[in-house]
Write a protein that binds this ligand. Structure first.
Ligand SMILES: Cc1cc2nc3c(=O)[nH]c(=O)nc-3n(C[C@H](O)[C@H](O)[C@H](O)COP(=O)(O)O)c2cc1C
Length: 420
């Protein structure tokens, strides 16, 4: 465990986690697909926008409210812990520790199908908002059975991940043989032995496994076997008709995760989704796919107001969250950021990650002239300023005859996102 009070930003947590956790898990967490262009642009494209500073706003002390409503519930931050497979390999009882931190921060947790703790175990230890991330499997009975388990565990909201029908090449994992093998390689073993404290935590509950696979012995016993076999079960022929199929079987909320296109977003609503997550899986699937922040304005313009728009990808700073909200997101999911916290210091590390985001968001929001997140959302993209090379201001750029097509497309999309 590292002293997470010495982490002054999420990158510090990343460095701490990298020291505590074996290399193949660090690479799995930090890596993306192919040339990692999408993963990098998820981060770098946030720089397209600046926050507009508004002074003398007379904001009362204690008037600041970072809370907002998403998925029908009021939360204390416009943030969710996103689904991250194998979170329990970054700290003992990782999913449960993350859930506790989420609960204390007053936000929701989305549990991955590929979690180490089972959904029942996490639900039992959770008094806050818990959602479950699901796949449609080749054997529909498996998906139906997981839905039934969610019902019994009193989980009412499902995130259906739709951007993983094909397995991309993640070169860091390929080099380590991670998720392709069903047994540990000598390199993995060596790296684990170099982290004895990690080993004690990882083995504290016996040999680690994919907790949600325990009722299905045919998927294997070890973590690696189960993860390969369950991965192969994800149905590559997934189609829009499957959303209807799921809608007919699930009375709770359905959020479709992995949307990057405005037509797909419209279709998701038409097929009965209650929300979408604009996501490219953290740049881990199609590469080069567009960054999520770059498509958010046009998707918000297409569907804003008709559904909840969540987004994720590259959120590492409070300002990133504010930009996403101004561009039409209801709230954002974080992935790697909180797993860095988990690897750095368990529950305390996740809490530190959320504290850092909160403490960056609060002064920035006030300096933009807003006491509350809800007021920022009302202002929409007027609260931002497009940076060069796109434009000096959004309105100027729109009238600027020399502005390029890309620039105009962004400006039009951004103005439209005010509708949301
Ligand atoms: C190590 C890792 C494992 C992930 N596992 C899942 C998963 O099991 N299910 C899922 O829907 N998304 C998964 N994701 C994607 C995240 O939910 C999220 O979309 C992504 O991490 C957001 O990007 P960020 O990490 O830059 O915040 C995973 C991401 C990472 C980094």
């Amino acid at each position: 465990m590292s002293d997470v009070s010495k982490a002054w930003n999420i990158d510090d947590l990343r460095r701490m986690a990298s020291r505590n956790v074996p290399k193949h898990f660090v690479d799995y967490l930090q890596g993306g697909a192919n040339s990692e262009t999408t993963m990098q642009s998820n981060r770098s494209n946030f720089a397209w926008w600046n926050l507009k500073q508004k002074v003398l706003a007379g904001i009362e002390e204690n008037a600041t409210d970072l809370g907002t409503t998403y998925l029908g519930e009021r939360h204390q931050l416009p943030v969710l812990l996103g689904p991250v497979g194998f979170a329990g390999m970054y700290h003992r009882n990782g999913e449960i520790a993350a859930g506790r931190a989420a609960e204390k921060a007053g936000i929701a947790q989305v549990l991955s199908t590929f979690s180490i703790a089972s959904l029942e175990e996490v639900a039992q230890s959770h008094r806050g908002s818990l959602y479950f991330q699901l796949y449609v499997f080749r054997k529909r009975e498996l998906t139906e059975h997981m839905l039934e388990r969610c019902r019994k565990a009193k989980i009412h909201t499902i995130f259906l991940t739709v951007d993983t029908p094909f397995a991309p090449v993640r070169e860091r994992d390929e080099r380590n043989g991670f998720r392709a093998r069903t047994t540990l390689s000598p390199g993995m073993l060596l790296s684990m032995l170099r982290h004895p404290l990690w080993c004690i935590g990882a083995l504290a509950n016996g040999m680690p496994s994919v907790g949600n696979c325990r009722p299905y012995p045919e998927l294997g016993k070890s973590l690696m076997e189960q993860s390969v076999n369950l991965g192969r079960m994800i149905d590559p022929t997934l189609a829009w008709s499957d959303i209807r199929w799921l809608r007919d079987r699930w009375e709770g909320k359905i959020v479709i995760k992995g949307i990057l296109d405005a037509d797909d977003a419209r279709r998701a609503i038409d097929e009965g989704a209650d929300g979408i997550v604009i996501s490219n899986h953290g740049g881990r699937q199609l590469d080069p796919a567009p960054s999520t922040i770059s498509v958010l304005p046009e998707i918000a313009r297409a569907v804003g107001g008709r559904t909840e728009i969540l987004m994720d990808g590259g959120i590492r700073r409070g300002a990133d969250v504010l930009k996403a909200l101004a561009l039409g997101a209801t709230a954002v999911l974080i992935g790697r950021a909180y797993i860095y916290g988990l690897g750095a210091g368990g529950e305390k590390g996740v809490t530190r990650c959320l504290d850092l985001l909160r403490e960056e968001m609060r002064p920035a929001l006030n300096m933009m002239g807003f006491p509350t997140i809800d007021q920022l959302k009302l202002a929409g993209s007027d609260a931002l300023r497009l940076r060069a090379p796109f434009a000096s201001t959004s309105r100027l750029a729109e009238n600027d005859a020399t502005a390029g097509e890309t620039q105009n497309a962004h400006v039009v999309a951004i103005r439209g996102s005010n509708v949301a």
